[in-house]
Design a protein. Structure first.
Length: 665
């Protein structure tokens, strides 16, 4: 049976899950559509998805149409779940990109479009929610052309919009005389644009077209479908999943226009090897997502790229250099696993109870190994501190977090060395919140707080002081004496300018250790110090009483004495922030950043979207994920990375110092 694997991708709220329900019902795979509000959809079947009312994982749905087995991968819309989005698009052969007829192109639209570009994925653009008030097909089509790079052309036009949306018209085949008068000019314009786009994909057609030759309808339609199949033309059609208008035409386009799993051409590994995407080629597959079922255990979702896998076959995990042997093979639709005798090229399958499989791993025939490119994921953007509520929770936390990280590689878990806090980082506040919910489901209860800010201290002036440690208590005493000079400088540097053997060289490392001891707790609020250059200028020693410990103590005393006169100051960590949002929010973004003490580095307009780059104190970004969602109506996205340290303003430094002293009692 012919197969199609198609990902559904869009900005959140564009209606992917509702459309998948409509496609399932229209194909006969469902007797009636489920509702997100009722928690009855096939795609959003986990308790977390039902509770939150949106997709968190990529739903795998199978449906038949005209003798073709179609697998839909319904990816989440929220950017927080980028691992699911990228994994789902990469595992498919083609994509449906949904754009709301009301909201138009949004940041999430651009994000999934760029992912489809990265994987050279043929795609169909669906202008969804055509039944809603303020739906405007032609305005959104213009927005798509202005914002999304690629050969986009309307393949169908709507009959009516909003509550009056009642049908679609095939641009290539419709008879102008059968249409209302107000649609005829629009059809002529759309047909001319579509024909131009089609002939540009075929040199022979282009030459004949330019010479004025009349092209036959069948010939044009064949060239159109070949172009969609090859990804050299992205057709656009209007759909209402709620009313079902446009759904039959979309199903037909999935079968007629989108390529099958066997037609995508050779697959190339990291070392240049290739595999034909056929069942009789050497076996290769990729793990595109991992989940943990409370009853079944670990589930590894694979896309079989070539060959055939049977129960008991040995497969080489070429990413990690280990062999696995699946005892059972499954296909999945919604929450239902069905055991099958084999998984062959072009299938989405599930392997169970194999701990050595992780997202992005390549599986291959050990006799014909190949490894595919790993899935590239962005760095986390939002961090929370976890505090286990009981000793039992503390004991269970590491194992539970390891399970989460195995399932979702976009999460990270670290202990901040300066504050000692346990930090969980994810792609946004929603991502981190759901991860904490999963911990609760695993029997680990934690309190969540904003992380402490790892302030530092430094100096802004040169200073010098003597450190002398002299102690006599009978027998050998302790004697160490050194003079040091401090200067501001990048990083830490320690050198000796001692002459004449005033301090034996063997004691200089001890002085440096003493300086390091003192730098671990700055004079203002006890934060570690940085960016200090230390020079030992002179000192003295005793033949009997001097020791490493004495000079270490002397070095610490000298540093503490010198730092008091070196204008110590507090430093705060700052982050490089990149925010992408519709250009209409530029003023709001800049105004909000100014309240966060940001230094705007640049603004880059691109179509209807703008990217703002700024350096922002870490303390001002702790709620940015939720704040940006509120500010832009969930139409913005951001990334952060550590940029460095800067002086903390005096009025804020005073508050930090007072809070630090109060906490110390």
């Amino acid at each position: 049976m012919p197969v199609r694997i198609v990902s559904l991708a869009a900005h959140s709220g564009a209606g992917k899950t509702t459309l998948s329900e409509a496609l399932l019902m229209r194909s006969g795979a469902l007797p009636r559509m489920g509702r997100i509000e009722d928690g009855t959809t096939q795609s959003d079947h986990t308790e977390a998805e039902k509770g939150h009312g949106f997709s968190i994982t990529t739903g795998v749905l199978r449906l038949p149409h005209r003798g073709t087995d179609i697998t839909l991968l319904d990816t989440p819309g929220y950017a927080d779940f980028v691992r699911e989005i990228r994994g789902g698009i990469r595992a498919a052969d083609s994509a449906l990109i949904l754009v709301s007829a009301v909201s138009g192109v949004e940041v999430g639209t651009e994000r999934v479009w760029a992912t489809a570009d990265r994987f050279a994925t043929p795609r169909v653009v669906v202008i969804s929610q055509m039944d809603r008030e303020r739906a405007n097909f032609h305005a959104v089509l213009a927005d798509i052309r202005a914002s999304l790079r690629g050969p986009v052309a309307a393949a169908f036009l709507p009959v009516g919009e909003g509550p009056h949306f009642r049908g679609v018209v095939d641009v290539l085949t419709a008879n102008e005389d059968d249409l209302p008068g107000e649609m005829r000019a629009a059809l002529r314009e759309a047909r001319e644009a579509l024909v131009d786009a089609v002939v540009e994909t075929d040199d022979d057609l282009m030459n004949r077209y330019l010479e004025g030759e009349e092209l036959g309808a069948d010939e044009l339609r064949g060239a159109y479908l070949r172009a969609v199949h090859a990804g050299t033309l992205y057709p656009v059609l209007p759909v209402s999943a709620v009313t079902g208008v446009g759904v039959p035409e979309l199903l037909d386009l999935l079968v007629d226009g989108l390529r099958s799993a066997f037609e995508r051409g050779p697959l190339t590994g990291v070392d240049g090897q290739t595999r034909e995407p056929t069942p009789d080629a050497p076996t290769s597959a990729r793990v595109w997502r991992v989940s943990v079922d409370p009853f079944v255990g670990k589930l590894a979702y694979i896309r079989v790229w070539s060959g055939t896998i049977r129960p008991g076959d040995t497969l080489r995990n070429t990413t990690r250099g280990v062999d696995v042997k699946p005892a059972h093979l499954y296909v999945v639709s919604g929450k239902d696993l069905t055991e099958v005798p084999e998984l062959s090229a072009g299938m989405i399958g599930v392997l169970t109870k194999l701990p050595d499989l992780h997202t992005g791993d390549t599986l291959a025939d050990p006799a014909n190994p190949i490894e595919y490119d790993p899935l590239v994921l962005p760095d986390p953007a939002h961090t929370v501190a976890l505090f286990p509520r009981t000793r039992q929770d503390e004991d269970r936390l590491s194992a539970a977090v390891a399970r989460l990280l195995d399932e979702d590689p976009t999460l990270t878990f670290t202990r901040e060395p300066q504050t000692g806090e346990l930090l969980l980082s994810g792609m946004g506040d929603m991502h981190a919140s759901i991860a904490v919910e999963k911990l609760t489901g695993l029997g680990v209860n934690v309190d969540v707080r904003a992380p402490q800010i790892p302030y530092r201290e430094t100096i802004r002036a040169a200073s010098q002081a003597q450190g002398k440690h002299k102690k006599q208590s009978g027998g050998h005493g302790q004697y160490g004496d050194c003079h040091i000079q401090l200067e501001p400088g990048e990083g830490f540097a320690f050198r000796s300018a001692v002459v004449g053997g005033a301090i034996p060289g063997k004691y200089l490392p001890s002085i440096e250790k003493g300086v390091g001891d003192a730098m671990g707790r700055g004079p203002l609020a006890g934060y570690p110090m940085q960016d200090v250059h230390v020079t030992v200028t002179h000192g003295s020693y005793h033949d009997v009483d001097s020791s490493d410990l004495a000079f270490r103590t002397a070095g610490s005393l000298a540093f503490r004495g010198a730092v008091e006169g070196a204008r110590p100051t507090l430093l705060e960590p700052v982050m490089l922030l990149r925010v992408r949002a519709p250009a209409g929010f530029t003023g709001d973004l800049i105004g909000d950043l100014q309240t966060r003490r940001a230094r705007v580095q640049g603004m880059e307009p691109e179509g209807t979207v703008i990217t703002v780059t700024a350096v922002v104190p870490q303390s001002e970004l702790q709620t940015y994920s939720a704040d940006l969602r509120s500010l832009t109506g969930d139409r913005g996205a951001f990334s952060v990375k550590f940029h460095g340290y800067q002086d903390l303003p005096d009025h804020l430094a005073k508050k930090v110092i007072e809070a630090r002293k109060a906490a110390a009692g």
